[in-house]
Design a protein around this ligand. Structure first.
Ligand SMILES: Nc1ncnc2c1ncn2[C@@H]1O[C@H](COP(=O)(O)OP(=O)(O)O)[C@@H](O)[C@H]1O
Ligand SMILES: O=C(O)[C@@H](O)C(=O)COP(=O)(O)O
Length: 426
């Protein structure tokens, strides 16, 4: 199997978001969980997205994991590797978007890297280096209260500079609107000035098509699904994709079994989706203090689900509003609280699968990573889209037999996301 495009995603929901975008734009795509065992038979595809869980780990660990994934993707034939980051640039000043971008550039022989989190379909646009989320500057959006990486600066040149060894440049919208040649000329000038990472503006998909065309001639880029769209469309235009169109239908053959939803995302969208789900399904709100105190809350949740799940889907959520999250963090620390709750929700997900759940929705990027790791799922085929950025996934090579999953990024999906997801998973 020789692939054209490789991607390293910093979390699992982000990986499925990107794989969905690549598939929708004509690339046959598989999502792996880490670098899979060589014995795993992967389907014949144009693109591979490696899911890593490195968004919130020390930058040196993220660099090491990304470097291994890059080597594997190059061995598969990838001429271009995209580092998939969050469309809301989720990271801290000690984050890894800068370090991984610089390391991937070094591995490819040096040179400048385009960086843009723009994803217009979900309202993420970048203008003069400032990220807007659905019309609000990043630092005024709900992301300012994220439990792990509160985003309090919308100026991405500044944010990335704080994480980077080298200076960070900007390609503004006027240059991008002038087309690929103007972008290349500006990149040449920035490269000469010793710049590695360049934040690129993008508001419309046509901006991302221009950036995708330019990026495809370079070995590495960093961005969210919008840049994936640009790269996929450029590959299709180049005539290098076989006419065997990407198909998602096979991925949703029924798997039967029980269904459940596990949520650890505290994003505004997820909190509202949980309120709406309460009208049609049993929802258990976990007590975060009790979750941190010991295993009793987990056991109680499994027992609660056991009494109800044969009658229909159940929802188990750790998710809480910013004030509650802040209180827990002030008592136990930000990372310790997040990690302990991810461990608890992943145990709950695995126990539910042990009791016959084969259709599972997980809300939250870190939460999904922890659950998929505990379930030891090696890879996913990409099914149809439930909502922008969230496809149905079918497991590949899963020890528990075929399952259907949806890994929902915290901020994605309409208010009825959970019922809409389960309606597509049989
Ligand atoms: N009640 C809570 N208090 C504190 N942290 C929580 C709570 N519920 C969940 N968390 C943690 O918040 C983080 C949410 O991150 P994530 O799962 O990536 O969601 P999102 O996709 O919304 O970013 C996880 O580390 C999760 O364990
Ligand atoms: O790019 C995006 O917004 C998503 O793909 C993503 O990475 C979101 O992260 P989580 O909200 O942590 O799932």
């Amino acid at each position: 199997m020789a692939i054209l495009l490789g991607s390293i995603a910093d979390d699992y929901t982000g990986a499925s978001d990107l794989a969905n975008t690549l598939t929708k734009n004509g690339l046959r795509t598989v999502q792996t969980v880490g670098i899979p065992d060589p014995a795993l038979a992967l389907p014949d595809v144009d693109a591979v997205v490696v899911s890593l869980k490195v968004r919130s780990v020390p930058a040196s660990d993220a660099v090491a994991a990304a470097a291994s994934a890059e080597r594997w993707l190059r061995q598969l034939g990838a001429g271009h590797v995209l580092y998939k980051i969050c469309s809301t640039f989720d990271s801290t000043d000690a984050g890894n978007i800068g370090p991984v971008t610089e390391a991937l550039s070094d591995a490819a022989g040096g040179g400048v890297v385009l960086v843009t989190p723009a994803f217009p379909e979900t309202g993420r646009t970048v203008y003069l280096g400032h990220l807007f989320v659905g019309g609000q500057p990043l630092n005024e959006s709900p992301l300012r209260d994220h439990p792990l990486n509160p985003m309090q600066d919308a100026n991405l040149v500044r944010v990335l500079t704080r994480q980077s060894r080298n200076a960070v440049g900007l390609i503004d919208l006027t240059t991008i609107a002038a087309g690929p040649d103007a972008v290349k000329a500006r990149l040449d000038a920035l490269r000469t000035a010793g710049i590695t990472a360049v934040i690129a503006d993008a508001i419309f998909e046509r901006d991302l098509e221009t950036l995708g065309e330019v990026a495809l001639e370079m070995p590495v880029s960093t961005g969210a699904s919008g840049l994936g769209l640009g790269l996929a469309r450029a590959l299709v235009r180049s005539g290098r994709i076989s006419s065997d169109a990407a198909t998602t239908a096979d991925a949703i053959r029924p798997v039967g079994g029980l269904s459940a939803i596990v949520a650890g995302s505290c994003s505004k969208a997820t909190l509202h989706q949980l309120d709406i789900a309460e009208r049609s399904m049993p929802v258990l709100r976990l007590d975060p203090e009790r979750l941190l105190a010991g295993p009793d809350e987990i056991a109680a949740a499994i027992s609660w689900a056991g009494d109800r799940i044969s009658a229909g889907p159940v929802v188990i959520a750790a998710s809480a509003a910013p004030e509650t999250v802040a209180r827990l963090q002030s008592l136990h620390g930000r990372e310790a609280s997040g990690h302990a709750i991810e461990t608890a929700t992943s145990i709950i997900a695995a126990e539910l699968v042990g009791r016959g759940v084969r259709r599972l929705v997980v809300a939250g990027g870190e939460t999904s990573g922890a659950a998929v790791d505990r379930l030891a799922i090696p890879a996913f085929l990409i099914g149809p889209e439930i909502a922008p950025g969230v496809p149905v996934l079918r497991t590949v090579g899963n020890a528990q037999g075929d399952m259907l999953l949806a890994l929902k990024s915290g901020n994605f999906g309409g208010e009825d996301f959970f019922t809409a997801a389960l309606a597509m998973m049989h």
